[in-house]
Design a protein around this ligand. Sequence first.
Ligand code: DGY
Length: 328
Amino acid sequence: MPGSRLSVVVTRRLPEAVETRLKELFNVELNESDVPFSREQLVAAMQRADVLVPTLNDEIDQRVLAQAGEKLRLIANYGAGFDHIDVQTARQRGILVSNTPGVLTDDTADTTMALILMTMRRFKEGSNVMQSGDWNGWSPSAFLGARVGGKRLGILGMGRIGQAVARRARPFGLQIHYHNRKKVHPAIEDELEATYWESLDQMLSRIDILSINCPHTPSTFHLLNARRLKLMKPSAFVVNTSRGEVIDENAFTRMLRAGDLAGAGLDVFERGNVVNPRLRGLDNVMLLPHMGSATHEGRLEMGEKVIINIKTFADGHRPPDQVVPAML
Ligand code: DGY
């Protein structure tokens, strides 16, 4: 591999600076139209490329991987989440997988805070009234929401993003609670004055806001199922900037509609871009189109990470952000 120019197929448009640098370094095929690849196009790309640069739109499962060409050696994902890639099967076929961790942390944590504020303080409803021209002036009883300060925030998944959420939430007066596979380092717990709950069930019944910041893996699929959601207080809010699959969306929607939960801020959905229509009409639900990490700076940094991963691999080393099945 060292010395030869790798053939790289990129499945979506990336920032211009990233595409330019990729073209300088490799034999690159870009997706000028930016239309997501069909399954057939994805397979064809994986048959002609040494390196594939997919995004979360590309479902790279066992069947797709079985048709990959002999040349394909690296899947350098443009994104932090890699639940759309069957990492185990890729590894068995000798294909490395890398991602772009760390550079989306702050933007995603900012989005989480925005969703907490938007939903608890009913800013969406306020904005809708202004946009429609229906505002009749200030009233002591209009748009009353829940005060953020003093509430208990439960963070599900205390990795990089969960910790960044906690750091932002503290100055708003939120008390930090968390559930994670492992307790975080005592120095971080002290800094955040965070309370660890080994039992997710116990945490859920005591918090006022739940922020989902764990990845989607086989063990977190529907972690928030109907039984667990029912443990939450009817006055509680749920914010999800991670992956929709962590919540049983049908059960969740039913509870929101019935008033068994106070509200939700959702940037991600169980069926990708197919949003449950019964979520759409709800005043107490703020929906965003998976834009939690959508900043110019973040997208550039993601591209830089992809380039470093491919370049390091081309130079005969393991990509610094290699994903291994043990991370699942
Ligand atoms: C990722 O990279 O996994 C994010 O979800 C994109 O916002």
